[in-house]
Design a protein around this ligand. Structure first.
Ligand code: UD1
Length: 419
């Protein structure tokens, strides 16, 4: 079992380039199934979720070639529509193959989706949206079968602005002749990356506020596309500097208004550079946040809630965080409490009384972002912390330990025999 061994107490200092975005690349990989010829993706993050998704594409019959961060996918030979088993059950985003396979093959068989244990994560909105386009579903055991012989364009109105349901609707609709309209669609930047990818291939998709209009049925061509920087990884490293103190320069990511606003409120100094990067400095102990709630974009992202909680554990004063997106995302609190953090959870509200120092502890990542939050906390804790459960963290971070070491943190990987 691998662990990260983190020696706390060193402020961060330096410059870093942010990896490609997990949440942008996953729907784009599913979109590579559609249309003609090969697609070449640059800046693909080398993370477990991408590895698993590439396996799924291979199982479906795609030719997949990977050279470092460049991945070439040719779906010309893809004839499969079943993705039962192994990696498909493990990753939540395998559900995106539902829309892509319906669009391409008019049929799909896939497992009920997996992913992080951060809530119930149903897929009712995905199914209801695709039903509006004429899909029919049946469930047997752990598998979902989708039939799309009667697919047609139409208007979808999502009950919630679900990221995955929006992406699935786009993937199912882009090859259907006629106009499809998705109302109350999610507005996360990763969806705009999917739209940009499909438009570069010859599609005609347009965002109009919280609606997306798709003029479907156009041919999709081969393309070379660069995956954007991961805003959640960038946010994690900014919060690491906010908690541990120091100064860092992100070469290829500038925080959006919401994230920059939170960093400023906590006493940080943010400055965008003219090359799309940013500079961040935290000179003293962070200030507490009296009240913040997670929300769909452009609100504060639920994926950064756990790393933010780690900063609040150090902040001067009492912070309150409301988690409004995923109901089980406070499991990180229990691990932070092992380090002496004072966190009180009541339903979807966490109240955190900051302490100048936490103490080191032996910790286990509860999920992907919770694992990253423990690394952030260990950076400012007194002593040497051990963090296990790296299989979660590697789903979304290429190498969080090496990245933070570049910024002066004292982190090493340790392979141990025991569990
Ligand atoms: C995506 C992101 C994830 C992020 C989340 C919210 C990817 C690969 N993952 O996940 O990192 O945390 O957006 O920004 O992009 N819901 C339903 N029924 C459904 C679908 C969702 O009730 O059919 C609920 C969920 O339980 C949750 C909320 O809607 O409470 C938002 O989920 P959604 O936006 O769909 O998240 P994901 O696409 O799974």
């Amino acid at each position: 079992m691998e662990k990260l061994i983190v020696t706390g107490g060193t402020p961060l200092q330096g410059e870093i380039s942010i990896q490609g975005s997990k949440n942008a690349v996953l729907p784009i990989l599913a979109a590579c199934l559609l249309g003609e010829g090969p697609c070449e993706l640059e800046n693909c993050p080398e993370i477990k979720d991408v590895e698993d998704t590439l396996h799924i594409l291979r199982k479906l019959g795609c030719q997949v070639n990977q050279s470092g961060k460049t991945v070439r996918i040719d779906a010309e030979t893809a004839a499969g529509y079943e993705i039962i088993g192994g990696e498909a059950a493990r990753i939540r985003s395998s559900v995106l193959f539902l829309g892509a396979l319906l669009g391409k093959m008019r049929k799909a068989v896939l497992p009920k989706p997996g992913g992080c244990a951060i809530g119930k994560r149903p897929i009712d909105l995905h199914l209801a949206a695709l039903e509006r386009l004429g899909a029919a579903f049946s469930c047997e055991g752990e598998a979902i079968t989708a039939e799309g012989n009667r697919l047609h364009c139409g208007t979808i109105r999502l009950g919630l602005p679900s990221v995955g349901a929006t992406e699935n609707s786009i993937l199912a609709a882009v090859l259907l002749p006629g106009e499809t309209r998705i109302e109350h669609a999610a507005q996360e930047p990763e969806i705009d990356e999917l739209i940009r990818f499909l438009n570069l291939r010859g599609g005609k998709l347009q965002r109009m506020g919280d609606a997306i209009v798709i003029e479907g049925g156009r041919c999709l061509h081969p393309v070379r596309f660069r995956i954007a920087s991961d805003r959640i990884v960038a946010g994690t490293y900014l919060f690491a500097a906010a908690a541990a103190g120091g100064e860092l320069h992100l070469q290829n990511y500038a925080a959006d208004q919401t994230l920059a606003g939170v960093l400023l409120q906590m006493g940080g100094i943010c400055r965008a550079d003219h090359l799309g990067g940013m500079h961040f400095q935290m000179k003293h102990r962070p200030k507490a946040l009296p009240g913040i709630r997670t929300a769909p974009y452009p609100g504060f992202p639920t994926d950064l809630q756990s790393p933010l909680m780690a900063v609040c554990a150090r902040a001067d004063g009492q912070s309150r965080i409301w988690e409004t997106v995923f109901e089980s995302r406070f499991r990180t609190a229990q691990e932070l409490q092992k380090m002496g953090a004072e966190i009180f959870v009541q339903g979807n509200l966490a109240t955190i009384k900051g302490k100048a120092r936490l103490h080191a502890a032996s910790l286990r990542a509860p999920d992907l972002r919770g694992g990253a939050a423990l690394v952030v906390a260990a950076l400012f804790a007194e002593g040497i912390s051990e963090i296990s459960g790296l299989e979660y963290i590697s789903r979304g971070y290429e190498d969080i330990g090496a990245d933070l070491c570049l910024l002066g943190a004292k982190i090493r990987r340790h392979e141990s025999e025991t569990r």
